[in-house]
Design a protein around this ligand. Structure first.
Ligand code: 5GP
Ligand code: MG
Ligand code: MG
Length: 178
């Protein structure tokens, strides 16, 4: 795996320090509210786990799996729900936990869906944001890092299901794609 690293974009320490900060802010904003944190599988799994440990208010969790039709490096905006929530969201304070927002199409679709289910409030926390690639207007409530326009892997992010377990985020060498 280490041989596949072209450039480390965010170290394990940088990621964990940022998560402590996000956790503090979220704990403060949701004090006494018992939010429902929704992890968007599979990419957000690492971030979800680490972030939850830094949230001090009571929080419930659920998981959702979506697949966007398109290539492995770009999303098309057509979203299919592969695994829906087990939890009723009506009246709940929902916090969507995402790994990375690129075009914003996936989250825009999910936000609309959760609003239609009458959640009491909806906020988005993403570890990574690629704002220059946005195709729809999307309000992000909590953002870890703005990143450059490159395909990233590690810390939940995959290329062909690989690299999710790497504790840092990196740009892979070009030969990885061939
Ligand atoms: P969007 O709908 O915002 O374009 O795409 C969001 C999803 O695309 C992310 O949740 C992630 O699964 C995937 N994605 C976007 N950018 C990257 C990237 O740089 N690396 C990886 N591995 N996945 C990405
Ligand atoms: Mg994701
Ligand atoms: Mg992927």
């Amino acid at each position: 795996m280490r041989n596949d690293v072209l450039e480390v974009v965010l170290s394990e320490e940088e990621i964990q320090n940022k998560i402590i900060e996000l956790g503090k802010q979220i704990s403060k904003d949701y004090e006494g509210k018992n939010p429902l944190a929704i992890c968007v599988l599979k990419g957000a799994v690492m971030f979800m786990g680490d972030l939850l440990k830094r949230i001090e208010t009571d929080v419930e969790i659920d998981f959702m799996a979506v697949s966007s039709y398109g290539s492995s490096t770009e999303s098309s905006g057509v979203v299919k729900i592969v695994k829906d929530l087990d939890t009723e969201v009506a009246g709940r304070h929902v916090l969507i936990v995402e790994d990375i927002i690129d075009s914003g199409l996936t989250l825009s679709y999910l936000s609309d869906m959760l609003h239609r289910r009458n959640c009491a409030s909806l906020k988005i926390v993403t570890l990574l944001d690629k704002p220059h690639r946005r195709k729809v207007d999307l309000h992000i409530d909590y953002r870890g890092f703005e990143v450059e326009d490159a395909f990233l892997v590690g810390y939940g992010l995959d290329y062909g299901e690989k690299y999710r377990n790497v504790p840092f985020i990196f740009i892979p060498k070009p030969e990885v794609y061939s």
